[in-house]
Design a protein around this ligand. Structure first.
Ligand SMILES: [Zn+2]
Length: 446
């Protein structure tokens, strides 16, 4: 006899509670193994080991470090739902959990996601609930969400190891998500105003820039008139970019935040080369492209003023987040069974940051709520998860319950969402858009 949806949910949640120490232990093990994107070799092995312990067949090495395990429901054919957890850390050497050698630290809480992703799977598998669901669940540890170390990744691209600098775009390109119909992931947050469960929000999209100013070296004291100071061009460019800000419309949520990554070799040489990286973020693609044109104009104007050469590499970044409302409704109802109403923030509005789950939400129905449990500044020295119940266990349960809603009764819930959902982009159109966003411009010394 078929069991009711409520009973299936209760069994999945009980199985997660019974394995709480395993799930939190995994999140802590990943915390102690921080690695930045496309370098998550050890983290990837940890996840593969855990999948192996669950008896799951594993595919590793997807977009370099991604690991995926597929589990089929026992209730017949149906759609495939992916539960994701991100593998990567950030370079924050003064974070208390930083790796002493590399400076990498889980300063965005992705380690908690590995816990919630595996936890959701455990809840469905160990309880036997999956036997009563149709379709399939994919547990997917995904690489390189943080768009960092741009020069390193451009080098990987030159070597042909990746095409895109973000993990999920690369997974789409290699076809690792071709058979996935719906996706979900829960990200940690340290912002008290987002509650223990933060549902509706948007995230900015962005393009990334790598910029080289090319000057001419000369003796900095003896003959600076013979040089072309690339650092001065970069400095002027920063100012010119900042002077664009009054033209950015509030509703576009534009954020441009360049950094100087190289500004000269030794102090007695006129800098021959200065390099910058920047993101140009915004709530819509049009807004991003408008701001990006202004940034290019500022870079060119600065190079021209100093007489420096200029190379501008614009890289496709991430698309704005566009969550599926019906998935949010399901998740909201499930979260209400786990935390007090006052701990749920239904609508958060626009977030200034970006995530490549945004890309996923453009091509399939997807869910990306936030979970509390962290404190400190996101990406900062003081960031840490202090409450794994909220950061890993509650999301594991809410995702397991949402999967029950989707895949119970012959997967009627998932089928109904898929019948009505209109993706913003097909996968081919998405890849073409990313490729069209990438440009290289070169300007000679004047
Ligand atoms: Zn993050």
């Amino acid at each position: 006899m078929a069991h009711s949806v409520d009973e299936l949910k209760a069994r999945a949640c009980a199985a997660i509670d019974e394995r709480r120490d395993t799930i939190v232990g995994l999140a802590r093990e990943v915390l102690a193994t921080p690695e930045t994107g496309f370098r998550e070799e050890r983290t990837s092995q940890i996840v593969a080991r855990v999948f192996g312990e669950l008896g799951l067949a594993t595919r590793a090495g997807l977009a370099i470090t991604g690991v995926r395990a597929d589990v089929r429901g026992g209730g017949g054919d149906g759609p495939t739902v992916a539960v994701m957890g991100e593998l990567d850390a950030l370079g924050v050497p003064d974070n208390p959990h930083a790796d002493a050698q590399t400076g990498a630290a889980h300063a965005c809480g992705h380690n908690a996601q590995i816990g919630s992703m595996v936890g959701a799977g455990l809840g469905l598998i160990a309880s036997g609930v999956l036997q009563e669901l149709a379709g399939s669940v994919v547990l997917f540890a995904v690489p390189a969400e943080e768009y960092v170390e741009i020069e390193y990744r451009m080098d990987l691209r030159r070597q042909g190891k990746i095409e895109f600098l973000g993990g999920k775009a690369e997974l789409v390109k290699v076809g690792a998500l071709d058979d996935v119909d719906l996706a979900m992931m829960v990200h940690a947050t340290s912002r008290p105003e987002e509650g223990r469960v933060g549902l509706r929000s948007s995230n900015n999209g962005m393009v990334a820039k790598f910029v080289r100013f090319l000057g001419r070296a000369a003796h900095a004291g003896g003959a600076p008139d013979q040089g072309i100071n690339a650092l001065n061009a970069a400095s002027l460019a920063l100012t010119a970019i900042h002077h664009q800000r009054e033209t950015f419309r509030d509703e576009d949520h534009i954020r441009v935040h360049p950094i100087l990554t190289r500004g000269g070799e030794t102090v007695n040489i006129v800098p021959r080369e200065a390099t910058m990286e920047s993101f140009v973020r915004g709530a819509t693609l049009d807004g991003i492209l408008d701001a990006n044109r202004k940034v290019d104009r500022a870079l060119r104007g600065a190079a021209l003023a100093i007489g420096a050469g200029l190379e501008i590499t614009t890289l496709p970044g991430y698309l704005p987040l566009r969550q599926e409302p019906r998935l949010l409704d399901l998740d909201g109802h499930n979260a209400a069974r786990l935390v007090a109403p006052a701990d749920i923030v239904a609508v958060r509005g626009g977030r200034g940051g970006s995530t490549d789950v945004g890309d996923i939400t453009q091509i399939m129905p997807a869910l990306h709520p936030y979970a509390g449990g962290a404190r400190g500044q996101g990406h900062g020295s003081d960031y840490e998860i202090i409450d794994y119940e909220t950061a890993s266990i509650v999301p594991a349960k809410s995702m397991a319950m949402t999967i029950v809603d989707l895949l119970a009764d012959g997967a009627s819930g998932a089928r109904s969402i898929l019948a009505e959902h209109r993706p913003a982009l097909t996968r081919d159109a998405y890849l073409k858009l990313l490729r069209d966003l990438g440009t290289e411009q070169t300007f000679d010394q004047a």
